[in-house]
Design a protein around this ligand. Structure first.
Ligand code: SR1
Ligand code: MG
Length: 401
């Protein structure tokens, strides 16, 4: 008989109390369900007396954002907890610590990061995170290199990839990112004011050709263990700390998908700053900060990844063949640009949007931001395979503005 059922707050407290070494047996714990994402329950449990706290995340057997008509495997909770543990091993301090995983309840108990803010919210408020590019580039370089055939024994990699077969969550991405925006789909969700843009996305065969290439790589290229959903809502920050959360979409896929996700979400905020900074100078300064951050994310990632390759590549041919590393990095930048474009487009016309754009109260400013994001996104998709430098990627942004 299955023990699984969605927990209520009292049950969450009882489980928290049973954790060895955490709370006093007589503590009066407070619990709040704070999940505001698309898929899960999230309980925040605190002991006001001692200040000790934790997060309890439980997968629901369906996509919360849609309802029970969209069933989802609970195995994603295991995948998330194993991904967090692997990421902590490879990029220490850059993910929340996992204290406990319960497979029967699809429950992960982890570090409370309430002293951090969700990066998307922080960026909407105009905050800057001077360490973010350094931290996220380390996270990306370490997790991607050491789970790829470059940094991991190739038989071990095959065994590890078996732990991250994630069909339900990959299907969400395959549909929502690499199909729906380019066809009439009941999943799509956009305002009437940009119906002309949505129609143009459906009719552009040159665009479809590039999306098809990116989709094919997403389906077939098990290059490294990805976070799989690395948008700015999956990153907790303070000025000096960065934590990547929520890797339930983790699977072995193309590296550029993770790097592209980070860049896309910085650029969605860029487009949203049609509104979030009222003052023109402030807006220009925030946008310059975002573009600098995009440049730093890539350049720091590239130098760290190349350094890992030079020092720790496990494959003789990859290590010794002159020109192979340069060719690999160029492909990776091109994939990054293309995936960044796909991730921007889906957030404007697809099912799940982002607050950077959707929360703009003024309809005219919101429409301007949506159109800008679509111009930048489609430009990145269509020209991604031509770029050779991060500067050329940013040129697509300037052209889309
Ligand atoms: C049905 S889930 C919609 C989106 O939320 C997640 O954060 C992923 O980005 C997914 O595509
Ligand atoms: Mg998530």
């Amino acid at each position: 008989m299955s023990l699984y059922h969605p927990l209520n707050e009292q049950e969450a407290i009882a489980i928290a109390k049973s954790l060895p070494g955490f709370f006093d047996a007589h503590a009066e714990l407070a619990c709040r369900e704070i999940g505001d994402g698309n898929l899960n329950l999230v309980f925040h449990i605190t002991d006001p007396e001692s200040g000790t706290s934790l997060i309890m995340k439980q997968a629901l057997p369906y996509a919360k954002v849609v309802g029970e008509s969209w069933p989802l495997s609970l195995d994603r909770a295991r995948i998330e907890s194993e991904a967090l543990r692997k990421q902590e091993e490879l990029a220490p301090g850059l993910v929340p610590k996992v204290y406990h995983y319960d497979g029967d309840l699809a429950l992960t108990i982890m570090e409370d990061l309430s002293d951090h803010v969700i990066m998307r919210r922080g960026l909407m408020d105009g905050s800057r995170y001077p360490e973010f590019a350094a931290h996220i580039s380390t996270f990306l370089a370490n997790t991607l290199f050491y789970t790829s055939d470059l940094g991991l024994n190739q038989q071990e990699k095959k065994r590890l990839s078996g732990r991250f077969i994630n069909p339900d969550l990959c299907k969400i991405t395959e549909d929502l990112i690499f199909d729906d925006p380019y066809t009439e789909s009941s999943n799509n969700n956009y305002e009437a004011s940009i119906a002309d843009c949505a129609a143009a996305l459906r009719e552009d065969n040159a665009l479809h050709l590039e999306v098809a290439r990116l989709r094919a790589k997403f389906l077939t290229q098990g290059q490294a263990l990805l976070h799989g959903d690395l948008h700015t809502g999956s990153v907790f920050v303070t000025p000096g700390s960065t934590k990547a959360i929520d890797p339930e979409f983790a699977y072995f896929g193309p590296m550029g998908y993770d790097i592209g996700a980070v860049i896309a979400n910085l650029l969605l905020n860029y487009a949203g700053h049609e509104h979030w900074s009222a003052d023109e100078r402030e807006r220009a300064a925030h946008r310059a900060y975002l573009l600098d951050t995009v440049t730093s994310v890539w350049t720091l990632f590239e130098s760290k990844f190349r350094a890992l390759w030079d020092a720790h590549c496990v494959d003789r041919l990859f290590r010794q063949t002159r020109g192979y590393q340069d060719a690999y990095m160029q492909d990776l930048l091109r994939d990054t640009a293309g995936y960044a474009g796909c991730k921007m487009v889906r957030r404007i016309v697809g099912l799940a949007h982002v607050a950077d754009i959707d929360a703009i109260p003024d309809a005219t400013a919101r429409e301007r931001a949506q159109r800008m994001a679509l111009r930048i996104g489609t430009d990145l998709i269509k020209n991604g395979r031509q770029v050779g430098t991060i500067g050329q990627v940013l040129q697509a942004v300037q052209e889309g503005v």
